[in-house]
Write a protein that binds this ligand. Structure first.
Ligand code: URA
Length: 275
């Protein structure tokens, strides 16, 4: 079986049999409704290991970058920065964003698509931007890519109860296009504050847009599966870039690489922090 993953995760609680079972279910993409692998400490415990204690390998700063923007956008970015800083918790951030004038983005979207899953989860998942289904429902990753994302998570024993999911851009870009660099810069104060307030132990950067927004890297094909250390307020958050599920739907032959990345994620969540 050429597509079969090579199972060498180092995760202590994955047996060959259960990992194969999960992999095969996931390959079929018809529903992994009985996860074969039990969740690896999905929720943060009171005795959370500070992320800062994890030895950084490649520390990335997520301070705002100098992307050229129009005067209007610069004004909006300033407003976004001050509003984002004023948010004291996730609910406040959501309320502020829902009322924010994000120009073309908020003018064309039906609503803000803030998050789904469980605040306080150890794992925060960050995608690109909502699509049509997400725009209609007000929740990220619920269309075909979201269904695949859920299957991928289920293959390592995670459900919506164990993860917190959002996007770099929280309004659907018109016509489902990719968010522009200016739009990403406008949203930067919000997604940075979102990460700060969610305070995850681990970030999963879903797709090239998310990776490029949060690290200096470009090119998901060459950088997927390589742990990055993101520096945020003197804390280091390990971040794993992976293929976007929408990309995997178009390139199913790449699922074996995605499966390796999921095993690495599971190993890290299990406490085996060596990438
Ligand atoms: N793709 C994303 O990146 N995010 C969504 O919420 C949906 C599709």
């Amino acid at each position: 079986m050429q597509d079969r993953p090579n199972i060498s995760s180092g995760a202590s609680d994955i047996t060959l049999e259960t990992a194969l079972e999960a992999a095969l279910s996931w390959w079929d993409i018809v529903g992994v409704d009985t996860p074969a692998i039990s969740p690896a400490k999905p929720r943060r415990s009171a005795a959370k290991t500070p992320a800062a204690k994890i030895k950084p390998s490649k520390t990335q700063s997520i301070t705002p970058q100098n992307t050229p923007t129009s005067t209007d956008n610069n004004e909006r970015i300033k407003a976004a920065q001050s509003l984002a800083t004023s948010a004291k918790d996730l609910a406040a951030l959501q309320k502020i964003m829902a009322a924010f004038d994000a120009g073309t983005l908020s003018d064309n979207a039906s609503q803000l698509v803030f998050s789904r899953g469980t605040p306080g989860s150890r794992l925060m998942i960050i995608g690109e931007a909502p699509g049509r289904e997400e725009d209609n429902a007000g929740k990220p990753f619920i269309g075909p890519a979201g269904v695949l994302l859920d299957h991928m998570l289920a293959a390592i024993g995670l459900t919506e109860a164990d993860v917190y999911i959002t996007n770099i851009v929280n309004w659907r870009p018109p016509g489902n296009r990719k968010p522009s660099p200016e739009e990403i810069e406008l949203c930067r104060p919000f997604f940075m504050r979102h990460i700060e307030l969610a305070a995850p132990d681990i970030l999963l950067l879903v797709g090239g847009v998310s990776m490029a927004a949060l690290t200096p890297l470009t090119g998901i094909m060459k950088n997927r599966g390589q742990w990055q250390d993101i520096s945020l307020n003197s804390q280091i958050i390990p971040a794993l870039p992976i293929y976007h599920p929408a990309f995997l739907l178009r390139r199913p032959e790449l699922k074996k690489e995605a499966w390796r990345d999921l095993l690495a994620l599971h190993a890290r969540l299990s406490g085996d922090i060596a990438p």
